[in-house]
Design a protein around this ligand. Structure first.
Ligand SMILES: Cc1ncc(COP(=O)(O)O)c(C=O)c1O
Length: 398
């Protein structure tokens, strides 16, 4: 049966992490993997999440199967967190939320829904986009094409080019947008740019599919949902894939949500039945624990407040590390102006250095970033920042 199989290359991000683990360099630094880390290099459990988890374990009386659409408290509260209470209330049953195994599960379930709705659907993704969008969506049968997004010259969004390519997308196609904290570039749309993008989508009858994996990591929980809420309030149909991995720090628990908004309650009910049917075909139902923890946390006013303030500390710390890197690099050399680093949002940004320098940083100093030059800002720390600045400046000025 399996004789003809060839071993596949490792996933580029997970594979690089494996190489990092095997590197014997005592001073090695991993800036490649997308996980938040403290100054001590750990990824702790949010105190509010831990409390919710402990309370939940005490309350739990059974391990019988949970509802297929997921923990009801999770479904209600995550919808409100993404859309805001008011908009969620206005939509009523025009929105359906299904809990999924992580944001990946949400992306895939929405992809399955799209294929059922239109087997010829084309999804347009930003150039570049998170590498995993391709296998997740293409293996559901969708065709992916790219729209212009990032300019390596300005290290930011090339908005004129983006508008031009959105205006050329055939009517009825799907446009995948990063809700906030664009992965891998960290270059986000401004609110005014979101307004223009949603205008174009409305005019051209294009449907947004919004991937939001970092709500609260950019400017705030509310600001980071600006694009989502605008799209949902202005457009008849929207798909959302949400991940709780980063903002609740529940990575391994696999918590996410697929949301579908259509023009009527009946259409939403039909779409939800297709998502649930796809889930049944793939994994039946999502793991219960992580979603129930998030649902329990968000049901408690005090735990929600505690979580929000922890999330704010994470965001503030990442912003100060980002600022420290930009300032440090600009002081250490004058070849590249790294001010753009301080303007990037969320966990990632492109450093924009030559690819050869990425390889030199890895081989000579054990500093690991992706070949695209993407760094995880949370891999920086107050301790390693001066070393990273010195070594990056050294390599790029040789
Ligand atoms: C842009 C984006 N979307 C979705 C995800 C999915 O996250 P998860 O499946 O771990 O919840 C990630 C995780 O890195 C991401 O960066």
């Amino acid at each position: 049966m399996f004789e003809q199989l060839k071993t596949l290359p490792a996933d580029p991000i997970l594979g690089l992490n494996q190489i990092f683990q095997q590197d014997n360099n005592a001073d090695k630094i991993n800036l490649s993997i997308g996980v938040y880390q403290t100054a001590q290099g750990t990824t702790p459990i949010f105190a509010a999440v831990k409390k919710a988890e402990q309370q939940l374990i005490d309350l739990q009386t059974t391990k019988a199967y949970a509802p297929q659409a997921g923990d009801p408290a999770f479904v209600e509260h995550i919808t409100n967190l993404l859309l805001g209470d008011e908009l969620a209330k206005t939509l009523g049953d025009r929105v359906a939320t299904v809990m999924t195994p992580g944001g990946c599960g949400a992306l895939r379930m929405n992809a399955e829904l799209l294929i059922q709705s239109n087997p010829n659907a084309t999804v347009w993704v930003s150039d570049p986009t998170w590498a995993n969008h391709y296998p997740l969506l293409q293996s559901a049968g969708l065709t992916l094409k790219t729209y212009n997004y990032y300019s390596p010259e300005t290290h930011g969004v090339d908005f004129a080019a983006m508008v031009e390519s959105l205006n050329a997308i055939p009517k009825g196609d799907v446009v995948l947008l990063h809700g906030c904290c664009h992965n891998p570039t960290g270059a986000d749309l401004t609110k005014a740019q979101w307004d223009t993008v949603i205008d174009i989508l409305a005019e051209r009858d294009l449907m947004p599919f919004i991937d939001v994996a970092y709500q609260g990591f950019g400017d705030s929980l509310v600001d980071d949902a600006y694009g989502i809420r605008l799209a949902v309030s202005r457009l008849p149909e929207v798909l959302i894939a949400s991940s709780c991995s980063k903002n609740f720090g529940v990575y391994r628990e696999r918590v996410g949500a697929a949301l579908v908004i259509t023009t009527s309650e009946a259409q939403t009910a039909a779409a939800k039945s297709h998502i649930l049917s796809a889930a049944r075909r793939c994994y039946s139902m999502p793991p219960s624990h992580g979603g129930a923890v998030v649902g329990h946390l968000l049901s408690s006013e005090s735990l929600t407040q505690e979580w929000k303030s922890e999330l704010e500390s994470v965001r503030t710390r990442m912003n100060s590390l980002r600022q420290g890197l930009a300032t440090g690099l600009n002081q250490a050399q004058s070849k590249i102006d790294f001010s753009f680093v301080s303007q990037s949002k969320g966990m990632f940004c492109y450093l924009g250095i030559p690819q050869q320098d990425v390889l030199t940083l890895r081989s000579e100093f054990g500093i690991y970033l992706l070949e695209s030059t993407r760094i995880n800002v949370a891999g920086l720390s107050e301790q390693n920042l001066p070393v990273i600045v010195e070594r990056v400046a050294d390599v790029i000025t040789r």
